[in-house]
Design a protein around this ligand. Structure first.
Ligand SMILES: CC(C)(COP(=O)(O)OP(=O)(O)OC[C@H]1O[C@@H](n2cnc3c(N)ncnc32)[C@H](O)[C@@H]1OP(=O)(O)O)[C@@H](O)C(=O)NCCC(=O)NCCS
Length: 269
């Protein structure tokens, strides 16, 4: 009788000393980003990462963020030689247990639509596709072609995070988490109605904004101009249009290049 090989894997919290394994595994995500530094690993990943081990060897990791009510799986990678043995499922189950233990009732993640191994795994874990997004790289010169906005930009105070999260349909706690990661929050406000019409979570190091959400397309010019002032020397900016064809059309019209499609999946815990 042929039996599927069930090796013994253990899952534990990540340690600073797992950095070399992380350096080996991270490129498997096939994103353009360079491997995060040891400092970023230690401060940003370790507190919120589980690793799977087989003997002494780290064969996979799952990095997630905990928001107020939901968990956000940011990376999951299994070493090529250890795939299809249940490591991914074991890591996802352990992550789900930890999130449940911390009171989360749902979880979510982003995946490339053509990454079927990952999508099958997530489907098996009860996650379902919610919407598609596109990430863009836009030359800053494109901004010259856009009529200046009539809205203005402000940096929203901490107290308004909840209000803005509901207005822009973000999970509760995402803005607080962004602040913790030193992102700059920019809110576009209509000069006529005084209402919030756009929100960008800007990372000057990238440089780029994600989320970048607009209720009124007019907010795009205002937000981009404010971002531009923060990084006057860069040539390009990264932007993600989430479930927003109007924004996609505008960015493509301006000469932005679509770099990736992203499928957002979510499910109960
Ligand atoms: C996605 C990934 C983490 C899956 O890890 P894994 O350890 O191989 O997954 P598991 O063995 O636990 O598989 C669990 C289930 O997922 C599904 N699955 C996983 N890989 C699959 C594949 N290549 N084809 C079809 N289904 C697959 C199956 O339903 C599988 O259950 P089964 O083996 O009982 O049929 C792994 O392929 C990987 O590291 N890929 C590269 C990095 C990556 O793309 N990460 C996701 C970024 S969003």
């Amino acid at each position: 009788m042929s039996m599927k090989h069930e090796s013994t894997f253990f899952v534990r919290s990540a340690l600073d000393t797992d950095y070399l394994a992380f350096v080996r595994l991270f490129p498997e995500l096939q994103v353009d980003d360079p491997v995060p530094s040891l400092e970023t690993w230690t401060a940003g990943f370790v507190p919120s990462t589980l690793v799977a081990t087989r003997g002494e060897e780290v064969v996979g990791y799952c990095y997630f963020q905990e928001l107020r009510e939901t968990g956000y799986v940011r990376n999951i990678v299994v070493a090529p030689a250890a795939r299809r043995l249940g490591v991914g499922r074991t890591l996802m189950n352990a992550t789900a247990n930890q999130l449940r233990a911390h009171g989360k009732s749902s979880w979510r993640l982003n995946v490339k639509p053509d990454n079927f191994p990952a999508r099958f795994l997530y489907e098996r874990m009860g996650l379902r596709p919610q919407y598609e997004s596109k990430s863009f790289r836009m030359p800053w010169v494109a901004l010259n072609a856009l009529p200046p906005g009539t809205s203005f930009v402000r940096e929203p105070t901490l107290e308004r995070d909840g209000e803005l999260e509901s207005a822009f349909e973000l999970p509760r706690g995402q803005l607080e988490s962004a602040r913790g990661l030193k992102r700059i929050l920019l809110e576009a406000v209509s000069s006529t109605t005084q209402r919030s019409i756009g929100l960008a979570v800007f990372d000057p190091k990238f440089p780029g904004a994600f989320p970048f959400r607009v209720k009124d397309i007019e907010a795009v010019a205002t937000l981009l101009a404010a971002m531009r002032q923060l990084v006057p020397a860069d040539e390009h900016v990264g932007l993600v249009a989430e479930d927003d064809e109007r924004l996609v059309d505008l960015l493509v019209g301006l000469g932005a290049i679509c770099r990736d499609q992203i499928l957002h999946m979510a499910g109960p815990l």
